[in-house]
Design a protein around this ligand. Structure first.
Ligand code: URA
Length: 220
């Protein structure tokens, strides 16, 4: 990894080597590791804040994403924007990526071989961004990031923790909400939990008075 990082021209600060997202993006520019590369108009790398504490991971680009080269910009993306807005989180402050970076034909679920070929890029993005909280949008993201055979309906809404201490919230994919409006309420509830955890990460001062009130000074 280190040799590869040096080959890519990664920064070397105090002996620590790290890749920027631009390095990773450049490296995968012509990726044809799986067959999806042949059919793409644009590779959808991901977008957002390189230092985001919250990362959202979906399945793969659809037609609109393929056309524009940006994640979650179609109907499901617009719903995701509304969900984020409802919990006071902006797209700019998070990072959004997918399990696969090229559109599966007809928006089918990526095959295990396609997901396996693309996941190393997502893991590099995770290494660079090092989020504190991850939201897994849908069954495909859950299957490839966490594993196991438990269905998304069972695991959604329950926090998981990775070995490296990242808090992970699985929830339904926004496209699934468009098909099943009855799932909107549970997703809203899941995102309220995400908002609370995220707020604790970005502002860890004790809640309910105490230090926070002292820092802000007396209420006027
Ligand atoms: N669905 C996804 O999983 N990802 C996108 O980027 C768009 C729709």
């Amino acid at each position: 990894m280190e040799q590869e990082a040096r080959r890519l021209g990664a920064k070397d600060i105090s002996g620590v080597i790290f890749l920027t997202l631009a390095d990773i993006r450049r490296e995968m520019d012509d990726c044809q590791t799986c067959g999806l590369g042949r059919g793409r108009r644009n590779l959808v790398f991901g977008e957002g804040d390189e230092a985001a504490r919250l990362m959202l991971i979906g399945e793969g680009p659809g037609a609109d994403e393929d056309r524009l080269g940006r994640p979650f910009v179609g109907a499901a993306g617009q719903l995701l924007d509304r969900i984020l807005a409802a919990v006071d989180i902006t797209r700019e402050e998070v990072y959004i990526a997918n399990v696969v970076k090229c559109r599966p034909p007809g928006n089918r679920t990526p095959s295990p071989a396609e997901a396996g070929a693309c996941l190393p890029w997502l893991f590099r993005q995770l290494e660079t961004i090092r989020p504190a909280v991850i939201v897994l949008l849908g069954a495909t993201a859950f299957k490839y990031l966490i594993g196991g055979t438990t269905g998304i309906t069972v695991v959604r809404g329950k926090w998981l923790t990775t070995k490296s201490g990242i808090a992970v919230m699985p929830t339904y994919h926004p496209a699934a909400l468009l098909r099943n409006p009855g799932w909107k309420k549970p997703v809203w509830e899941d995102f309220q939990q995400v908002r609370d955890r995220y707020n604790d990460v970005i502002d860890p001062t004790p809640k309910g008075g105490g230090l926070r009130r002292k820092l802000q000074g007396p209420a006027s």
